[in-house]
Design a protein around this ligand. Structure first.
Ligand code: ZN
Ligand code: ZN
Length: 360
């Protein structure tokens, strides 16, 4: 797998008129080489015959020998930048792309000093992220497994009820259930937010008991075998007033409109608009203040985005969330989120949990 990814990246490196690309971000490095340790870098020379060099320090040499395939492996010092020069193709001058989206300014300066004047550092962030947009079958299998595991954990947690437990206790319960089922960790800190607290899209669980007859937003995901899932359900803890029930039904309609719009072809902006329209027509446009969704893979937020800012077309193999919300400040919030694979002829929804209002 890593050989194939390196080939695709090397072609892109040539197209960008770089002689080589330096990959330092650990998530990109894992995608490209299979290395799951925490200190390493790779150099990809331009074109099919370009260099494929992986460098790590002595702590990870054995691990790299196990995990990394298709790369010549070097052992560097603790600061791997001191070894980049030896990993590069010999020609000088040399134009080396680096990840300007992730490399701190100070590290960039240190890299420049280590390499000297006949190597030009060219900003080239996002090249590996572009490859990561389209998932291969092995990645889809892992994301499906993460989503299924998180759903099971959610159901097990919900059997113990919500009202009377604190938000934090519910979040811990949910995360324990994930770990018991084999998740490495939650893919992000779980959100459990009852009543007015649910009106904050990024609420942190509090030591506050969840009340009866209110809405609780629960946003959660599992990290399984390097890959993330992401799902939200809003659950009632008893009979709701008419407005809360109405807003729930509205968000459910908008979520379905979003799901119906997801397929290969339209842009993230267009899919976002399909769901947003439903909420705007109901007069709640101002209370849906975030994008409709985001890509999910090795990271829980990655490309593509379903948002006004993303004009790129969806392609088969993209994995995105569809998560409209309406947040009424001081009262309650509703968000419903599914994880969806864009397929050749439509979509595969990975979230299996009921979307009709669940009351516990
Ligand atoms: Zn989420
Ligand atoms: Zn999300």
């Amino acid at each position: 797998v890593s050989e194939e990814r390196a080939q695709r990246l090397a072609a892109a490196v040539a197209e960008r008129e770089l002689d080589a690309l330096l990959v330092t971000d650990l998530v990109n490095l894992r995608y490209l080489t299979g290395f799951a340790g925490t200190n390493g870098l790779a150099v990809i020379g331009a074109g099919a015959d370009g260099a494929r060099v992986f460098v790590t320090d002595f702590r990870y040499v054995e691990r790299a020998a196990d995990e990394v395939q298709g790369f010549e492996q070097h052992r560097g010092g603790r600061d791997l930048f001191d070894s980049v020069g030896q990993a590069l193709p010999a020609e000088r001058p040399l134009r080396l792309g680096f990840d300007d989206a992730h490399l701190p300014v100070r590290r960039h300066r240190e890299l420049g000093a280590a390499l000297g004047d006949d190597i030009e550092l060219a900003p080239a962030g996002g090249m590996v992220e572009d490859l990561r947009r389209v998932k291969d079958p092995g990645e889809l299998k892992r994301i499906r497994a993460a989503a299924a595991l998180a759903d099971d954990a959610f159901n097990a947690m919900l059997e113990r009820g919500l009202a009377g437990r604190t938000e934090r206790a519910v979040a811990l319960d949910l995360e324990d259930e994930m770990r018991h089922r084999g998740a490495v960790a939650p893919s992000f800190p779980s959100i459990v937010a009852g009543g007015p607290h649910g009106a904050l899209p990024h609420a942190e669980p509090r030591d506050v008991e969840i009340e009866a007859a209110t809405l609780v937003v629960i946003d959660f995901g599992a990290l399984v075998d390097g890959y993330c899932s992401d799902c939200t359900r809003t659950v009632a803890t008893g009979e709701l007033d008419a407005e809360a029930a109405e807003v729930y039904a509205l968000v459910q309609r908008a979520q379905q409109a979003g799901l119906d719009a997801v397929r290969a072809g339209p842009s993230g902006r267009e899919v976002d608009a399909a769901a947003r329209e439903v909420i705007e027509e109901a007069g709640h446009g101002e209370e849906f203040g975030h994008g409709l969704g985001h890509g999910v893979g090795l990271e829980v937020h990655e490309a593509p985005r379903l948002a006004k800012s993303d004009d790129s077309a969806l392609e088969a193999g993209n994995v995105v969330t569809v998560e409209p919300g309406v947040y009424l400040s001081g009262r309650f919030g509703v968000r419903i989120e599914d994880l969806v694979v864009v397929t050749e002829d439509g979509t595969e929804v990975l979230s299996s949990l009921d979307k009709g209002l669940i009351t516990v």
